[in-house]
Ligand binder design. Sequence first.
Ligand code: 7RM
Length: 687
Amino acid sequence: MKRLILSLPSVLGRGASKLKLRNNANTTTSLQGGREFSDEAVDHSTTPFPEFDSFKTHDELYQFSLNSPEFFWGTLARSRLKWFRDFGQVKDCDLIRGHIRWFLDGQLNVAVNCVDRHAEKNPDSIALIWEKDEPGTQEYVSYRELLQLVCRMSNVLESHGVKRGDRVAIYLPQSPVAVAAMLACARIGAIHNVVFAGFSAEALAGRIIDAQAETVITADQGVRGGKIIELKHVVDEAVQTCPCVKRVFVYQRTGADVPMGKLDINLDKELASQPDTHTPAVLDSEDYLFMLYTSGSTGKPKGIAHTQAGYLLYAGLTMKHVFDYQDKELFGCVADIGWITGHSYVVYGPLSNGAATLLFESTPVYPNPGRYWETVERLKLNHLYLAPTALRMLLKSGNSWVTRYDRSSLRKLGCVGEPLNREAWEWFYEVIGEKRCDICDTWWQTETGGIAITPRPSAPGAEIRPAMPMRPFFGIEPVLMEPQMGTELKGGNVKGALCIKRPWPGMARTIYGDHQRFIDTYYKTYHGLYFTGDGAYRTQDGYYQITGRMDDVLNVSGHRLGTAEIEDVIDDLEETAESAVVGFPHEIKGWGIYAFVVLKDEVNTPENEMKEQLKAMVKQRISGFAQPDVIMFAPGLPKTRSGKIMRRILRKIAANQPEELGDVSTLFDPGVVDALAEKHNQITKKS
Ligand code: 7RM
């Protein structure tokens, strides 16, 4: 058997058009523990919050969520999740100690919530749409099939001794098997640690060792953008330095003949030999569900840990209400499962809502820059959730790659990861969404578990402003703090450190193995508040705009400036594709401003002319002091594999310290660094 998915007969050759209609009948399910709970006894299609239908507006409900968090979250936890045992206490939180507990004494199983309950009601409805690397080769997996796969996977893991509380490293390409691996961990109570299948052997090993994972799940190879990625080879190299690893499951994605060593187990064979039913573990609300490594300001990545019930409730609620997800719609989040966005909006959010979710294996430019829009047309996606960096790259390639495909199925568009500048926002709204689709600029972090600030939810028809995430989600109370004084900034038209005042169920519980670092990083700077590390601006009417990481704030001649603000202006120049602004030490002003500007293809305007124009625009839009001292028309920007600009590198180049660049191995294209350093020498010598 080459590929497990192909061996499940009903998976093949079924098109989205054959999606079975869901039956909306209210049912009551009898659960373990003797009590009866209503399982999805509410019809979410008529009113977004049937649990709270006495509230007339979202504003009223938002206020209620802050004033009565116990009632608000407790009600939703009971109505939206399926429990084995009801919880006794809604929350027990003390942010000063980083002590966060939700739904105490409750028992549930995340996989049952994401799969079994939908498989029971709507077995033939689509759970996964696997958009494989080659266009037109998509495969569909129904809830029944997903349940069988998750059960087989759970049996495989247990038969090899994987137990509740064990850490399992997952290094897999975007595939149904990867989703099943995550859900099987959830089902048996193991803690998954997904590592993006683009990280190096060294990075993978670091994460395996920090988590003390005994089990690794990988594939022979990955396929992305037409290129083969030697996953098994990377794992072999990593595992050599990981004495904790006892077994490596190998899934055959391509069927390549990879060498199998002592620790290696053929996953496809194991899956085929196991039964497709499995009794789920009964887990506590606060058992760990997963950890996910994220980079901090220091070199050592942090293993951000999330737990069962609170995370699942928050991922599910935000997925449904931020994107106004309706029954039977096809939800397309193109993030990789190796990032938090993939965890919350490819896997847990959509599946807990019984949605059909996209698994996008390819890249935005394979085989050409029309890939997203061709996929939207072919699969008839209703939602598309992507990264600003991809948008800016595609914007550069011109509109014809978009307009040649039918995008009329799209209803809501979303983005996450960085500030969405105005030009990209407008392109998203006008060209991609034909002014028909709301744009949800969603601000959140690995640590927040799910979307925390976003235009939706809002009263139907509420205003959406370009280029700002605007409104806090229910239960989220943002505050802005003055960094020097540590005091709260009240009212509108203020800028400060973005903190969140009260706990919410989806927030991270700890940094795995280092709770003190958790407290120091997030709860010390502003005593007892969750500090996001980001800066934000609150408008006169109370809406939030992210100004960038606090470490990107520049103090120029005593004026505080967000680098993102300047980038926004620069991006408005017709010729700009994208830009990054950093500070460099300046004798007189404290900090000087250095702008790296990547131009669109085929720009013929003379560079000097564009420089003058950019300075004039910045002067006009912000102020004279915000004008860049140096503007480099750069060949590209140094980015991580998830598309984030590595500003640390740009700062070193701008500061004339290329010898202090440090580790650039996590970059998507390390070659760009030398090109930037060379160009820097040219322009600074000239002037
Ligand atoms: C989901 C994710 C988190 C950091 C965060 C911000 C930045 C994310 C936005 C944004 C401006 C946004 N998790 N960020 N969303 N900045 N506008 N809508 O990206 O942990 O990998 O990154 O990303 O700086 O702190 S993450």
